[in-house]
Write a protein that binds this ligand. Structure first.
Ligand code: FAD
Length: 284
């Protein structure tokens, strides 16, 4: 577990003027998720940051990848998504909605995802945002691909140098997501998003912000959550990211990409193997 240092008022002021993209997925503006998204936006603006919000339901975001995503492809040819995606990305021929979201990602210093945990993952509309926006050549298929180098990914890539934060709400209790909890540990639950979707194209991923037991949230509870969230936002630029290992920094044998023997902390296995020992995750 890493310790996350408190940030002084002057340090917060010194890092004003950053650009934050919030990607928000909830169908109801009056929901808890909607209120958290609004609270985040207000807090960041008050700190002098610039904020863009992609409200996926309001935008009627198309979640499914299909041939319509590649308008210049030969309609008689078989659709092969990575191949068509690569051609469209290289030819600047992706659809306007996808290009607009890619531009927001290029613009942003930090990406925040705000969503409810639905079936232990993100809502389909948000998954579909990644499926479409993360084109070949943009988020994957970046850098040299050979037996010596499996691309610029897991800590490298087009989104390297940017920070990412998952802010998620869950109906279940915190204990249900504890190391011995019935649902499995929250670190494991969110690993495919934090490691697979965010660290893969280069993001430095911060420990997730989790609100549990949403059915019990009322006015006073919301005020406390809002304050806790504000503290996390003030530390967006100073908190230590989760210490995911970098693919191309020597920890993995090539080309198998298995962790070199002896690097693991005693007793670790599974997802935890891919977190180095200089810091771990604090999930709040
Ligand atoms: P809401 O229902 O909008 O609100 C929750 C509570 O917060 C309500 O009491 C509301 O009055 C209060 N509230 C909202 N806004 C405010 C405000 N501004 N001020 C004060 N109080 C406020 N849970 C799991 O743990 N694991 C799962 O895998 C899972 N899968 C699910 C799958 C589906 C399809 C669905 C529908 C739910 C699932 N859930 C699961 C539960 C889900 O995670 C929660 O329903 C969700 O996180 C609640 O978020 P919400 O924004 O919809 O809350």
């Amino acid at each position: 577990m890493n310790t996350v240092s408190a940030t002084s008022e002057s340090a917060v002021a010194a890092i004003a003027g950053k650009r934050v993209l919030i990607v928000y997925a909830h169908p109801e503006p009056e929901s808890l998720n909607g209120a958290l998204k609004d609270a985040m936006r207000e807090h960041l603006l008050a700190r002098g940051h610039q904020v863009e919000v992609s409200d996926l339901y309001a935008m009627q975001w198309k979640a499914g990848v299909d041939a319509a995503d590649f308008p210049q492809r030969d309609p008689a040819a078989k659709l092969v998504v990575p191949v068509d995606s690569r051609r469209a990305f290289d030819g600047d021929a992706l659809t306007a909605d996808v290009r607009a979201e890619q531009d927001k990602l290029r613009w942003a210093d930090a990406l925040i995802l705000q969503f409810p945990l639905w079936w232990f993952s993100m809502p389909a509309i948000l998954k579909g945002w990644f499926d479409r926006v993360y084109a070949y050549g943009f988020a994957y298929g970046v850098g040299e691909h050979s037996d010596r180098h499996w691309g610029d990914r897991y800590g490298e890539g087009r989104l390297a140098g940017k920070r990412a934060l998952v802010s998620v709400t869950a109906g279940g209790w915190q204990e249900h997501y504890s190391p011995r909890g019935i649902n499995g540990p929250i670190e494991d639950m969110l690993f495919p998003i934090n490691h697979g979707v965010l660290h893969y194209p280069g993001f430095d991923v911060l420990p997730s912000f989790v609100v549990y037991r949403t059915g019990k949230v009322d006015g006073p509870a919301f005020a406390a959550i809002r304050e806790r969230l504000g503290e996390r936002l003030d530390r967006l630029w100073t908190d230590a990211p989760i210490a995911y290992r970098r693919q191309n920094a020597g920890d993995y044998e090539v080309p198998a990409l298995t962790l070199r023997p002896g690097l693991e902390r005693p007793g670790t296995h599974g997802f935890a193997l891919h977190v180095g020992d200089s810091a771990g995750a604090v999930f709040e």
